[in-house]
Write a protein that binds this ligand. Structure first.
Ligand SMILES: Nc1nc2c(ncn2[C@@H]2O[C@H](COP(=O)(O)OP(=O)(O)OP(=O)(O)O)[C@@H](O)[C@H]2O)c(=O)[nH]1
Ligand SMILES: [Mg+2]
Length: 183
């Protein structure tokens, strides 16, 4: 008799180019399975890539996406690419099942640019208000915790993000997290 397999939860990584999406995914992968990251001036991840990882004892599928303010592609194309990829991959199961989304932002970024605001607005529309509770707003590029001054500076910016930029999403249930490569 065929056994019914439970689908592996899918976590989508989204956010600006260079914010550290791929680097975050790689922290959960063996060296030979790592995805390409880079210091290039241009966007690194051009296609959607996925990797199975074990987080907190649970198997999850981490899905890497091209950055929103991509050097090559307009935002809406990226959104459509993500939608197509999900539809293709999960059509057999009757559609895409996304269990959570991690939205990455570089905490060192001081200014909120017009592109940042356009990206957030597009992201909010794409996800839908009712799903904000499944979004984790994650900031990257935190300094080592031994750097007290640097950490305080980032905490100040994190506070501003929560009070202004991410206020609506947080009020509707999005949670926050910090990605620290060092500690
Ligand atoms: N110090 C530090 N470096 C980071 C962090 N996250 C990413 N990096 C570095 O920043 C560069 C860009 O990171 P990527 O992971 O390629 O960024 P991305 O969001 O996947 O970028 P795209 O694929 O272009 O959308 C790489 O050289 C990483 O090693 C972080 O939290 N701290
Ligand atoms: Mg990438």
């Amino acid at each position: 008799m065929p056994t019914k397999t439970t689908p592996v939860p899918v976590i989508l990584l989204m956010g600006c180019t260079g914010s550290g999406k791929t680097t975050f995914i790689n922290t959960f992968l063996e060296e030979d399975k790592q995805l390409r990251t880079g210091d290039d001036l241009e966007s690194v991840t051009q296609d959607i890539a996925s990797a199975q990882a074990v987080i907190g004892g649970r198997e999850v599928m981490l899905v890497d996406t091209p950055g929103f303010d991509d050097t090559f592609r307009p935002e809406m194309t990226i959104a459509a690419t993500i939608a197509d990829w999900l539809a293709e991959r999960y059509s057999a199961q009757g559609g895409a099942v996304i269990n959570g989304i991690i939205y990455m932002r570089d905490i060192r970024k001081v200014r909120m640019t017009g592109t940042d605001i356009a990206n957030r607005t597009m992201f909010e529309k794409l996800i839908g208000e009712e799903n904000f509770k499944n979004v984790r707003l994650m900031t990257s590029f935190w300094p080592p915790s031994s750097d007290i001054e640097g950490t305080l500076d980032c905490e100040k910016r994190e506070g501003m993000l929560m009070q202004k930029f991410w206020r609506d999403m947080a009020a509707r249930g999005s949670t926050t997290a910090r990605f620290n490569l060092y500690d």
